[in-house]
Write a protein that binds this ligand. Structure first.
Ligand code: ADP
Ligand code: MG
Length: 243
């Protein structure tokens, strides 16, 4: 256990559109935190700021106590510790499934090929995609692609995985295979921050829910408590639409 993230007074604007207003929350090691809220409320921007895909306009992102927005912080090391899984998979289509999971380990982590292959195969087994290791992404279903993308992220030995609507691009019959993998990872104790429309996942798998509304965290609650007893009108309204 212990604190992994302390997000303090985080802000982000696009032009004069203030998209993240004053974001504050902590994440403990082993926690699964779901971020939910209406479209446009700033969920993706928040994840992208945490992952430094967007540059925050102010505030702090402390990772193990060190503010990664400070000039002298070790950003490259940080990036390897925080993995991201996207709605649209972002696999390399010209490479095999296995190679997708190997390449980053060699290029970024400087592992040798043999070790990288061993690690990649371990995680492909974990997500049930080992039998497809020589296939090209093009020949896979959306659910299979997303499971490969998860294996690829895990192969980089992240401390935290961020997910941005990992099941939103999938046909309905493929959602459950991806949620099952995520449920397994939660049970293994992996720290995860998950932007999701899957209210079942948010309620039953995550420990905590952050409800975002117009650029602020309107509620930060224990997951079951949030669904049983939302405190704000906005959350009640949101839940009445999605449940
Ligand atoms: P969510 O993921 O909750 O749907 P986003 O974080 O994608 O919300 O978007 C929040 C707001 O920021 C929206 O008003 C969106 O139009 C705006 N926004 C997001 N990304 C950009 C960008 N790259 N440039 C300009 N505006 C953006
Ligand atoms: Mg989004």
């Amino acid at each position: 256990m212990g604190l992994i993230f302390e997000i303090e007074n985080l802000k982000k604007s696009f032009g004069d559109n203030l998209v993240l207003k004053d974001i504050n929350f902590n994440v403990e090691s082993g926690e699964v935190v779901s971020i939910i809220g209406s479209s446009g409320s700033g969920k993706s921007t928040l994840l992208r700021c945490i992952n430094l895909l967007e540059e925050p306009g102010g505030g702090k992102i402390k990772f193990h106590g060190e503010d990664i927005l400070e000039k002298d912080s070790s950003i490259n090391k940080y990036r390897t510790k925080v993995g991201m899984v996207f709605q649209s998979f972002n696999l390399f289509n010209n490479m095999s499934v296995l190679e997708n999971c190997v390449i980053g380990q060699i290029k970024v982590l400087k592992r040798n090929r043999e070790e990288a292959v061993t690690i990649a195969e371990e995680f492909l087994k974990k997500v049930g995609m080992y039998p497809f290791k020589d296939a090209k992404p093009k020949s896979l279903s959306g659910g299979q692609k997303q499971r490969v993308a998860i294996a690829r992220s895990l192969s980089m030995s992240p401390e935290v995985l961020l997910f941005d609507e990992p099941t939103s691009a999938l046909d309905p019959e493929m959602v459950s295979e991806v949620l099952k993998v995520m449920n397994d990872l939660a049970n293994d104790g992996l720290t995860m921050i998950v932007v999701t429309h899957e209210m079942g996942f948010a309620r039953d798998v995550s420990n905590r829910v952050l409800f975002m509304d117009k650029g602020v965290i309107a509620e930060d609650s224990e997951a079951k408590e949030f669904f049983k007893n939302p405190k704000t009108e906005r959350a009640k309204e949101f839940l009445s639409k999605v449940l």
